[in-house]
Design a protein around this ligand. Structure first.
Ligand SMILES: C[S@@+](CC[C@H](N)C(=O)[O-])C[C@H]1O[C@@H](n2cnc3c(N)ncnc32)[C@H](O)[C@@H]1O
Length: 146
């Protein structure tokens, strides 16, 4: 096991998703990860998780009811020098020409453009960040350093 002293907490709003995640977890990780039910948009629900050097979120940004608030809340539980790493889909213009209504394409349609993310970050007063577009161009990562 790598970095045995690192504590890992997984936060998720849905108990069903936590159940699924536990099912898929390799045996050696079952006792390693602590799962907590919580709403990233509600500071009362996440402030007791503690403080973190790394907060890593995948494909959740476009699901948050209030993304600006969720980012602000997660940023508030970062240690100084810590990293908030948000990986998600990115809304792209060519998608409007794709007729598919599949869940995947609808998720891309629901995702944010980089300028929208910048506006949210500016609104919250966060200015130490980078937004990287990732191949195949409808994915992006937002790296926010405290
Ligand atoms: C597309 S799934 C991604 C799951 C996982 N992160 C992954 O990459 O496989 C989005 C998840 O975000 C969760 N979610 C949505 N809103 C949330 C919130 N406000 N706080 C915490 N989790 C939330 C949903 O329940 C869902 O499990």
């Amino acid at each position: 096991m790598q970095h045995p002293k690192v504590e890992i907490i997984a936060n998720e709003i849905s108990p069903e998703m936590i159940k699924l995640a536990k099912q898929d977890l390799a045996d050696n990780l079952k006792t390693r990860i602590k799962y907590e039910i919580g709403d990233a948009c509600d500071i009362n629900s996440i402030k007791d998780l503690g403080k973190f050097d790394l907060i890593y979120s995948t494909f959740t940004l476009h699901h948050w009811d209030n993304a600006e608030l969720a980012i602000k809340n997660l940023y508030s539980i970062l240690n100084d020098g810590g990293l908030l790493y948000i990986h998600d889909l990115k809304r792209v213009v060519w998608l409007y020409y794709v007729k598919s209504k599949s869940g995947f394409f609808n998720s891309i349609r629901a995702a944010y453009r980089p300028d929208e993310i910048k506006a949210m970050l500016n609104e919250t007063g966060i200015n130490n960040y980078k937004i990287n577009t990732i191949f195949p161009f409808f994915m992006q990562s937002v790296l926010i350093r405290k």
